[in-house]
Structure formats: C-alpha cells, structure tokens
Design a protein around this ligand. Sequence first.
Ligand code: ASP
Length: 538
Amino acid sequence: MSDDKHDGMPLHFRILIALVVGTVVGVAINPGAIDLPDEKILATLEIKFDESGIEQTVEVTEPSGFESVRRKFQSAEKTKAALPWDDTGDTESGIPETLISVTERAIHIVEAAGRITIDYTRKHNGQPVSTTVKAGSPDELPVPWREFHAEHGGGWKRSLTAAAKYGGDLFLRLLKMITVPLIVTSLITGVAGLDNNRFGAMFGRTLAYYGITSMLAITTGLIIVNIVRPGIGAELPGGTEAVLVDGEQSLSGILLGLVDNMIPTNPIQSLAASSFLSIITFSIIFGVFIVRTGGETARVLRDFFQAAFEVMMRLTMAIISLAPYGVFCFMVYATASQGLAIFGTLAWYMLAVFLALAVHSCVTLPLLVKFLAKRSPLEFARAMSPALMTAFSTASSNGTLPLTMTCVEDRAHVSNKVSSFVLPLGATVNMDGTALYEAVAVLFIAQAYRGDMALAEQIVVAVTALLASVGAAGIPHAGLVMMAIVLQAVNLPLEAQGVIIAVDRVLDMCRTSVNVWSDSCGCAIIAGLDSSSTETTE
Ligand code: ASP
C-alpha cells in the first residue's frame, strides 16, 4: 500500500502540528462556556410529576444566570411539553421526583452557517444527560431557549468554535461512513484467510490479552489512586446519603445485554444500526463458514471480500489524509469550549488519572510489546502515532478505527489476518484506559465521601470497572455513562459524578488514546505469538 507521505511531510507530523496549533488557537479564542457566575451548581430545579403532567411548581436554588428559563417555565403551562428538556423522565411509573442540577460550564451555545446549537448537559436522577437543541435561527428555538439565546448567545468566538466543531464533525462523519463496510470486509477477509485450527488459537489469545491488560490497567489505577489519594479532603456535592440501587441486577443486565448484542436477530438491521458487536459476531461466523464450506464457493467469496476490502482501504487512506484538518478542528473546539480554568479545581484527581494512564501506556504495554511481540515499542508507537493522535483529539475509538487499522497494517506491518480480528473487537470490548479511569474515578469519589476504601470493595470496583469498560461504546463520554454501574455496585451516590463531568472531555481524550494503543499493542503481540501471521503479510 502507498506510504503516507504527502507534500514531503509524514502524516504523523502534520497531525501533530494540527494538534498543537489547534490547541493554541482554541485557548486563544476560548469564549468560555456561558458567561455565568463561577458556581458549581447554577440551578437546581425540582419538578414533581403525576400522571396528568406536572403538578408542582418549580423550585429554583441559585438561579443566577438561569433566570430566564426559570421565569419562562414558571409562567408556561405546567405540562410536560412545556419543559425545556425533552426527556422529563418517569411519568409512567407514577409520581417520582426529578432533580435537575445545571452544572457549571455544562451549556454551550454555538452558532455557525445559519445554525444554532445549544448543547446542554445536566444530571437527571443522578445520571448525566445531554440535550442538544438545534435551530436555523433564534426564532425557531423553543421558547425558553430563545430567551436564553438572546441573553447568552452570539459573538464571533462562539461562531468560530462552532465552525471548528462542524468541521471536526464532518471529518468524523467521513470516518463513520467507512467504518461498517471496513469492519465487515476486513473481518471476513481476515477470518476466511485463516485455516480452521489457527482461528481457535487466535480467538483464545485475543480474549486473554483483552482481559489481562484491562486488569493490569485497573490494578495500576487502584495502586496510584491509593497512593495519591486525590479524594481525601475533596468536597463533592450530593450529600453523603448513598443511592441504593440493585447493583447486582444492573451488572447481570449488562452481561445479558452483551450476549444479546452478540447474537443479532437480523444482521442487516445490525448493519444499518452500526451495532458493532452484532456485526463483528456475524462477520466472524460468516468467515468461519466460508472456510468450512471450502472449494470453489470459498474461493469466490474470498476473492470478492478481498477485492472489496482493498477498495475500502484505498478509500480509508484518502479520508485519512484529511486527518490533520479534522484534528485541528477538534482541538480548537475542545480547548475553546472547555478552557483551561477547569484544570485547577480537580487537579489531584486528574493527576492520578494521568499518572496511572501514563504508567500503563508507557511502561506496562511497551514491556509486553518488547517481550511478547519482540519488537521495539518506540518504533511501534511511532508507526501508530497518527491513530493515537486522532484518538486523542476525537475521543472516540470507534471513530478512529479505520485509522488504527491502516496504521497497524501499513505502517506497523502487522498482517490483516490479525488486525482485522483484534482491532474491531478491541475497539468495542478492550478499553484499558476506560477501565482504569472507572477505577480511579470511583475511588476518588469514595475517598471524598467516606475516606479510604476497604480492599474487598476495591475488588468489587475492579471487577465492575472491567465489565463497565467492556460494555462502554467507543464514543466520547461513554465511560462516564457506564460509571453509574460501578458506583451502584459499591453504593456510592451518582450525584458525585456531577463535578467530574467538567473535566471528562480531557480525560476522555487521554483514555481513548490508551484504549487505541492497547488494541494496537494487542495486534503486535498476537502477531508475534502467532509469528507465521507476520510473515504472510503481502
Ligand atoms: N471515549 C472512549 C472511547 O471511545 C470511551 C470512554 O468514554 O471511555 O474509547
């Protein structure tokens, strides 16, 4: 395949430059989220429901900056439809209470090319929920948001931030466009090219690799968070009362959900819905049965999928040459909308996560690459750098997958037979960075609420963090959502997540790179163990 050199400068340098320049530009234009006072909780709305709609009035504490929404809501007809939020919760079941806290820096208004987008993250019954309101002009916005926009919207800095997000999203759309056909053709080609006996060995090794490295990552996280103890003395909102939910149930729910996902009732539907696990299992089974069928049939199908795969790789490379622009846009957006101020408040917590991620990605995984794959970790990292930097800027391992596959095959020269199997599955189930992050974050919260955690409970955290990471999708902030399971398993309040949401993007960027790095190292190691597969590279 062709080299990634373009205009004389290798792709990874161009991406690196885009990353740095994007950060600088973003920091320079940072318009802040919304010019609201610097409070952790800006507004807490308590709304009660009954079957006929909303019964009680709204109570607002610390309404600063959110006055217009409150006013509008109070004067509006008190029905569910009048709420400025689209999912108001559990009206079906009767009369639950909903507590909505609007957290600091959770609202972004962006405007570009005749579109207004308001991204609004809040906590709903302790879970982070995002709402996006879109409109072509302020007049098209739903009423509360129109006023909100009149008060806080506009400005060239926001428009520029929005334009950057739009540009980045276009790049991500292109990557998403090719992901499903790439996985299918690559996986079928890879599996159909194996002989019957090698498939079992590779499957076993791959699963062992996923499990062992994720547990190593979690252990590293737990050791470091017990040494740094970032939560001791930290003040988190939400009171000390634990939210007791049946952790067992949600855990088994997750496991069963995974199994269900693996056996699609309709593979075509799974393709249309981009349901990765279902697509992966069906493609593997299809590939295995191509081998089992053998003869002329197998040859025709192998040739067909091989040809389709080559075309997809070509297309992927063309899209990937746009990576520097995509990365630039994402970095402008991330730094312009988050700003650097957030780094202050949760410094020790972030430090613990960074440190643990660094140990896992710079010591543990390279040692495995060196001794099991018998290759230079540094050179391997250099070959993987375009994928790692793209993972960093997009915070999505699924989005990065086409790039990861290209880097592993073309730059690191691992055979398609290994990469096509290890990478798509890994992007969904092997998330070392996410697993480590869950463990550190939950211990941080536990330290803040009740001091150091007993060993037995830490083991529960480790196991649930592993499952949460397997269940997390390879998309931005998926790890944050899955954290609820770990918190529930050790009876910690879900509200505590409120504070760490503020710094989640930057931690997400780091853990996603580690997720992608671990998948890539897995390829090198499985290929090393199965040394014949490296030699069969065309
Ligand atoms: N963003 C991560 C990924 O795509 C998942 C997570 O939120 O931890 O790999």
